[in-house]
Design a binder for this molecule. Structure first.
Ligand code: OGA
Ligand code: MN
Length: 273
């Protein structure tokens, strides 16, 4: 049985419904899935129940997979390798809560990320939904004068800025100059010519040639605009779901969940542009 791509009734995103998950990995599926990600920005594969091998095979359809050491997947879980839940004041838990802030992944690197694929290996929390914002629709809806005021701006995206401003463990002054940073256009053009906002507020240090306060005021204004309800949708995870998102079209955040002893175990792959 082939799979179906069903667009969400409004806005961006589509569901990919496959009775037989193996159909997604057939040669004939590659172009359809690649095209679907470019057309819809977020693909939700409900109840796919992928293992790492399938997850990596699916990611490979969309491009070159980033490696972490020798691994092609990363893990983002609220418990340790031995199963102990993270204490909410621990360094790891503080870092994990960074995902509660609106962001796009890895914007502070030179090379763009095309897509991230995330799956819920196990999920017991009532909360922890993931929300996506449509940064193409948001750019399109901005007042014309604001569009033209920002379309030539470059921004310094910096991991250090996040470390210094978010509630995360500090790094030593010696390490700070080695943290990744990169300059990119604030308004980016996607492959099909549409434009989006390169928004990832925790990592946005300043507009090049602008002062810090003026820069931060603009970032806040754009983030407030782009997270209006009409640009958002929210996914309530069930174990086995997998979502692929276009990291230049969208930003995302996890909705806060209680540290009540319930487990949230996510696995991801990153596809480079
Ligand atoms: C991430 C992230 C979202 C989630 O790992 O970068 O934002 O739902 N995860 O866990
Ligand atoms: Mn993320």
């Amino acid at each position: 049985m082939p799979f179906e791509v069903v667009p969400r009734p409004q806005g961006f995103g589509a569901l990919v419904q496959a009775d037989d998950p193996a159909s997604l990995l057939e040669e004939s599926a590659r172009e359809r899935l690649d095209d679907a990600l470019s057309r819809f920005g977020v693909l939700i594969f409900p109840g796919l129940l992928a293992d790492d091998a399938m997850h990596v095979a699916l990611a490979g359809i969309f491009g070159e997979i980033q490696t972490f050491g020798t691994k092609k997947t990363f893990r983002s879980a609220n418990f340790d390798e031995d199963g102990t839940l993270l204490r909410s004041d621990s360094d790891k838990a503080r870092l994990l809560r960074l995902n509660w802030l609106w962001h796009a992944d890895g914007v502070y690197r030179e090379r763009d990320i095309r897509a991230v694929l995330l799956r819920a290996e196990a999920i017991e929390t009532g909360g922890g939904d993931t929300e996506f914002a449509d940064l193409v629709a948001a750019f399109d809806a901005l007042p014309r004068d604001l569009q033209s005021r920002i379309e030539t701006l470059s921004v310094e995206y910096s991991f250090e800025h996040m470390i210094l401003t978010a509630d995360v463990p500090p790094v030593s002054a010696d390490e700070r100059p080695h943290l990744p940073r990169a300059r990119h256009a604030l308004v980016q053009t996607l492959a099909d010519g549409r434009r989006s906002l390169r928004l990832s507020p925790p990592y946005m240090e300043r507009v090049i040639d602008w002062g810090r306060d003026e820069s931060q005021a603009l970032f806040r204004q754009l983030a407030d605009f782009a997270t209006r309800p009409e640009f958002l949708f929210r996914h309530r995870w069930a174990a086995g779901d997998l979502i692929a998102w276009d990291n230049r079209w969208t930003m995302h955040r996890v909705l806060p969940y209680a540290d009540s002893g319930l487990r949230r175990d996510m696995r991801g792959t990153v596809v480079l542009a």
